[in-house]
Design a binder for this molecule. Sequence first.
Ligand code: FAD
Ligand code: SF4
Length: 328
Amino acid sequence: MLEQGPYLTEEDFVHDEIKVINEDLLTNKPKLQPTSFRKTPNEKAKPQRALVYGRLVGGTSVHFTANFWRFHEIDFVERSKIGPVAGADLRDWPITYADLEPYYTKVEWEIGVSGLAGASPFDPPRSKPYPMPPLPVKGSGVIFERAARKLGWHPFPAPMAILSQPRAGRSACVNCGFCLAFGCEVGAKSSSLAAAIPVAEKTGRCEIRPNSYVHRIEMDSNGRISQRPVFFGYGNGGGKRTGLCADFAAEGQAEAAVDAGAASSARLRKNGHGRGERMPAQLASGALKITPEPFTGSGGMGYGLERGGSNGLAPARPETPISHSTLV
Ligand SMILES: Cc1cc2nc3c(=O)[nH]c(=O)nc-3n(C[C@H](O)[C@H](O)[C@H](O)COP(=O)(O)OP(=O)(O)OC[C@H]3O[C@@H](n4cnc5c(N)ncnc54)[C@H](O)[C@@H]3O)c2cc1C
Ligand code: SF4
């Protein structure tokens, strides 16, 4: 696995907002990974910080908040249900929720997700409960729950990719309050770094190459990865270009999965191919037909001030992550 960012460990994660947020300790750096933005295809794109993602082994899952929702059944067939949307390339998924359900369950059990199955009357069907109970509800969650019930809503503990109990040598969450945008110092957040990569490495069949920027992927005229070196990485050793996959190609195993996030995957797919050609769609999308338009998600946050304490105790600390105590 080639990753442009460093291979960090729990000891590297700190509660330092300046370093982590202002100085992009864990995320893409505007100077090293510049991005541009335009609102319409007719505009000239201007350099702008258009996206934020985890730039380290484990990717954005290391600094994400770890809310771990499943899509609902309708999310897979929205085009059929609501019809076309002007200006958007809305399509149904080529698979249904039922196709994906066993894999949702597999992931929840493999990485460790806490939650309360059946607590939400709106949840899609599931074949197994969560592998562990939900995280304890904090003071802000108590207030949220009371208010939601008053409104006739159905609050329930949010599913979180965070351990509420120790598991596989990893500690349970110690409620440090630094989840969103920070790495977890105790390995309780079920990021790829904490929960998946160590398992893959133990098989002896997964080699992680950090600080290796994939510059382009070369293909032969049949759309197969060429027998020549296919990836070029900038390693730690002074920014030298190195062909990294010559050995795989020689073994006839030159296959690649591109999972570089929405923006980088699209760039590699559209422009990264040698000789000015575009990478065939099947390299990026496997057998599935995917939209030629990459899509990415945007996020929103809400903040509120509470009057007095949540349960007669001291007011919740402003930095308390809402997600842990969120009842939806
Ligand atoms: C602050 C924040 C909070 C979030 N919270 C949640 C949440 O609570 N729940 C949720 O479900 N989602 C959340 N998300 C979204 C979620 O984390 C991402 O959608 C998801 O991790 C994306 O996974 P990915 O594998 O597609 O890409 P990424 O995890 O971004 O992985 C892409 C990797 O590819 C590397 N890379 C890119 N280009 C190259 C290149 N050319 N060469 C080598 N390596 C390259 C990157 O450095 C990165 O490590 C959050 C996102 C952010 C930013
Ligand atoms: S709140 Fe829990 S899961 Fe989040 S970073 Fe702290 S210990 Fe890790």
